[in-house]
Design a protein around this ligand. Structure first.
Ligand SMILES: CC(=O)N[C@H]1[C@@H](OP(=O)(O)OP(=O)(O)OC[C@H]2O[C@@H](n3ccc(=O)[nH]c3=O)[C@H](O)[C@@H]2O)O[C@H](CO)[C@@H](O)[C@@H]1O[C@H](C)C(=O)N[C@@H](C)C(=O)N[C@H](CCC(=O)O)C(=O)O
Ligand SMILES: Nc1ncnc2c1ncn2[C@@H]1O[C@H](COP(=O)(O)OP(=O)(O)OP(=O)(O)O)[C@@H](O)[C@H]1O
Ligand SMILES: N[C@H](CCC[C@H](N)C(=O)O)C(=O)O
Ligand SMILES: [Mg+2]
Length: 457
């Protein structure tokens, strides 16, 4: 039986395909078995009876795991011929994968990147459906495509949704990395314990040589206790020990101690949290045997679109960043406050159809650090923008600091034009995003483009 393709979507079944029925969050693939058969499926895997007598239907215990295993086989087990580095955690995945990409490229190693912004190998960008971590078909086929295009290493962001939905099941990892865990995605996971359990899966259910863990994070400590001798840690208490870190508008200086030696690094990345992203990437590069001088060179000029992008004009500074969780916003504003001579203004909103409970917490963070808060829309999706803003307002008692402007472009313009010499304006939540998602439509929109137009830079 020659298999022509594998899919979990009946609408993508063609003659000779295998269809795997998945019970999802919106609908159940088991309702589409008849359609899959009609479209020419030669095998249909189900988890439960669908009331159709047909020799092509086979029942298994877990169709999500089966889908991953089938795709891993069908695309030629690419993760066994590459070195796949998987990064998970609430924040830092995109940044850490970009640092690793820069280090491996400096070492002359062909390195692929799969994550929030793009799936790319050098200048080649692969089909991208908008997920930080794609479904098993897109995941294993992209690994195969990168392998065929010469990739030796692939650095990938592994989201908690992906782990919960087994989107990367069947993958063999070289190294997995844990950045941190703080509040996000509770709309999906329900509570922090479930969120942590999803993250833990990467370190316990997938083959890997090393687990690189943030020893300073309370959840990181729990992962170390579970993975045992495979763990290699970073942080103030890590195997790779952070001994000094300074950050400014110019960049960051990091000093670490590892296996009895001291190392110093400089990077254009800014923000106190970069100590951790840099350390995670440096430890991983050391474990892969990359020469320290090459690592030093590789971490210098890392550019991550939409992370702490800085524009300056007439003595005022505007920072565009992707922070969209209470922890990230807190660390971003704390860093911004440290470089502000005058007032700190912040423009942000919160994504619709995402974790609602984080909204007042973000409002409270903004109130603690900023002099002026302009509340606006992020990606409202199917929610009313005003009600999202009201959720954020719940966390703000100092109402006199707040201006409300639901139109994001007007809100950015309002803050930048209000700012005076010495002031800093932080525009948070969307970073690299080049769209605004409203009621299922992605309208072209970019925070950076709006800022550049206002400042004529
Ligand atoms: C909540 C969530 O994660 N949903 C993801 C999930 O969809 P689902 O389980 O809801 O699927 P469903 O729509 O219920 O359909 C169930 C099954 O029926 C099948 N079906 C459906 C219709 C049909 O006609 N025939 C058919 O066979 C579907 O193919 C599917 O297998 O599986 C889909 C396929 O893999 C994903 O595209 C989809 O991502 C949605 C669009 C999404 O917005 N996900 C976000 C929350 C997300 O995944 N974000 C993370 C983290 C971002 C970050 O913090 O970095 C990410 O990795 O991007
Ligand atoms: N190690 C970190 N700890 C806390 N905040 C961080 C860290 N690294 C980056 N941030 C902040 O969080 C934001 C998101 O960073 P990044 O895009 O690297 O995270 P991510 O895990 O890929 O996020 P997402 O899951 O939304 O894709 C950054 O814009 C920055 O403000
Ligand atoms: N500006 C986006 C950031 C989150 C995107 C991604 N992390 C997700 O949850 O899909 C939003 O808040 O909608
Ligand atoms: Mg990301």
């Amino acid at each position: 039986m020659e298999v022509k393709g594998i899919t979990h979507n009946s609408k993508e079944v063609y003659e000779g395909y295998i269809f795997v029925a998945i019970e999802g969050t919106n609908t159940d693939g088991h309702q589409f078995v008849e359609e899959a058969l009609r479209r020419g499926a030669i095998r249909v895997y189900v988890e439960k009876d669908v009331g159709i007598e047909d020799p092509r239907i086979v029942k298994v215990s877990d169709t999500r795991k089966l889908l991953g295993e089938l795709c891993h086989e069908f695309y030629g087990r690419p993760s066994e011929k590459l070195q796949v580095i998987g990064v998970t955690g609430t924040n830092g995945k995109t940044t850490t994968t970009h640092i690793l990409e820069s280090v491996f490229r400096t070492a002359g190693i062909k390195v692929g990147l799969i994550g929030t912004i793009y799936y790319r190998l050098g200048d080649k960008v692969y089909r991208y459906e908008g997920r930080t971590t794609p479904d098993p078909v897109e995941w294993h086929s992209t690994l195969k495509a990168m392998l065929e295009d010469g990739a030796q290493v692939v650095c990938a962001e592994i989201s908690s949704h992906a782990l919960h939905q087994r989107r990367v099941w069947g993958t063999k990892f070289f190294t997995t990395i844990f950045t941190n865990l703080s509040q996000d995605h509770l709309d999906y996971h329900g509570d922090m314990e479930n969120y942590f359990s999803a993250k833990l899966l990467l370190f316990t259910q997938y083959p890997q040589e090393f687990s690189v863990i943030n020893a300073d994070d309370p959840y990181g400590k729990r992962i170390v206790s579970v993975v045992g001798k495979r763990a290699r840690t970073y942080g103030k208490e890590g195997d790779l020990r952070i001994t000094n870190f300074e950050t400014s508008l110019e960049g960051s200086r990091l000093e670490v101690e590892y296996e009895g030696k001291r190392y110093r690094f400089f990077s254009h990345l800014r923000g106190e949290f970069q100590a951790y992203n840099l350390s995670a990437a440096i430890l991983t590069a050391f474990l892969r045997g990359i020469d320290p001088q090459v690592v030093e060179e590789g971490v210098k000029d890392v550019r991550v679109p939409g992370r702490f992008e800085t524009y300056r004009k007439d003595g005022k500074t505007v920072i565009v960043d992707y922070a969209h969780t209470p922890d990230a916003l807190e660390k971003l504003l704390r860093t911004a406050r440290g470089i502000t001579r005058g007032r700190l203004l912040v423009v942000f909103g919160a994504g619709g159809n995402r974790d609602r409970t984080k909204r007042p917490l973000m409002g409270e963070v903004a109130q603690n650090w900023a002099d002026v808060i302009v509340l606006t829309s992020d990606n409202p999706r199917w929610e009313d923008p005003i009600s999202i803003i009201e959720d954020i307002m719940e966390g703000i008692s100092q109402k006199n600091k707040v201006l409300v402007e639901p139109d994001r472009e007007k809100a950015i313009r309002l803050a930048v034009e209000m700012a005076k010499e010495g002031d800093v304006v932080v525009i948070a939540g969307k970073g690299h995003e080049d769209y605004q998602e409203i009621k299922g439509v992605r309208y072209p929109f970019s925070d950076s483009a709006v800022v550049r137009e206002i400042l004529h830079v």
